[in-house]
Design a binder for this molecule. Structure first.
Ligand SMILES: Nc1ncnc2c1ncn2[C@@H]1O[C@H](COP(=O)(O)OP(=O)(O)OP(=O)(O)O)[C@@H](O)[C@H]1O
Length: 249
């Protein structure tokens, strides 16, 4: 059996007395498109920060591509790509200059060939020699995605990739995620608020409520049990109770 792409055991994060992620036990198999769902402040970004080694957990452990996030963070970083919700780029540089800079930083060999390949894959050749400072959210996100996949990572983390995109941008992003998964064999871990995106893109889903995993199953099982996309909402509301103010309780 192949090792899981991601495996966490009792993974927890605290900020002072506040428990942002509590005792997370989660396995994501290789080749999955995993959708991580939850209300604002549920702990999704905090989880991604731990798994991408940007933050050290308070307790518990996790392995990403077989590497321990605490004892072997460089091993993890070599195997992953990460697109944060707000992609950080050098606004005065062009797309190509940004990508060249990041390629050098992460030791990518044959940087110019790799850059040409990702520009072509993402259909953004026309953005190559333009400064990114003037780009729309969707354009910036594609440059962020280009940066994240330059070294052909096995696992790609996306934090709220659909946020701020128009319907066309969302469709384009969904197609790209599908192609990265099918054609490049990437495992995708995606934080999202959007049930519709989960239904269209994901092979499995997890639901986080106030830092705790309250549901995890394959999309096939969910669809069989709940029928359609609307029923996903029913599932979500059944595992994340809502208080009188309409907030996750
Ligand atoms: N550095 C920090 N210091 C203190 N509290 C933090 C810190 N980072 C996150 N938090 C808190 O931890 C909780 C989880 O935040 P997180 O950003 O992980 O949520 P999220 O599920 O990604 O939400 P959103 O969908 O709004 O991005 C929130 O209550 C947040 O305010």
């Amino acid at each position: 059996m192949t090792q899981p792409a991601i495996e966490t055991r009792g993974l927890s994060q605290r900020f002072g007395d506040f428990r942002a992620v509590e005792d997370l036990n989660l396995t994501v198999a290789e080749g999955e498109v995993f959708g991580f769902l939850g209300h604002n402040g549920a702990g999704k970004t905090t989880t991604i920060h731990m798994l991408t080694t940007l933050a050290r957990p308070a307790s518990g452990s996790a392995r990403v591509a077989g590497h321990d996030i605490v004892t072997d963070p460089l091993g993890v970083r070599r195997e992953i790509g990460y697109v944060p919700e707000n992609v950080r780029l050098y606004d005065t540089l062009t797309t190509r200059e940004n990508l060249t800079f990041f390629a050098r930083l992460s030791g990518v060999e044959d940087a110019s060939d790799r850059i040409a390949e990702v520009l072509d894959f993402l259909s953004i050749e026309e953005l190559a020699d333009r400064r990114v400072g003037t780009f729309s959210k969707g354009m910036r996100q594609r440059v962020g995605l280009a940066q994240a996949i330059l070294h052909r990572p096995g696992i790609l983390f996306l934090d709220e990739p659909s946020s701020g995109l128009d319907p066309m941008g969302m469709k384009m992003l969904r197609d790209l995620i599908g192609r990265l998964n099918r054609e490049w064999g990437m495992t995708i871990f995606m934080n999202t608020h959007l049930l519709s995106e989960i239904a269209k893109s994901c092979t499995s889903i997890g639901v986080l409520n106030h830092g705790r995993l309250v549901f995890h199953d394959s999309i096939d099982v969910v669809m069989k049990r709940y029928g359609d996309e609307e029923a996903l909402e029913e599932l979500y509301l059944s595992v994340v109770p809502v208080n009188a103010k309409g907030e996750a309780a």
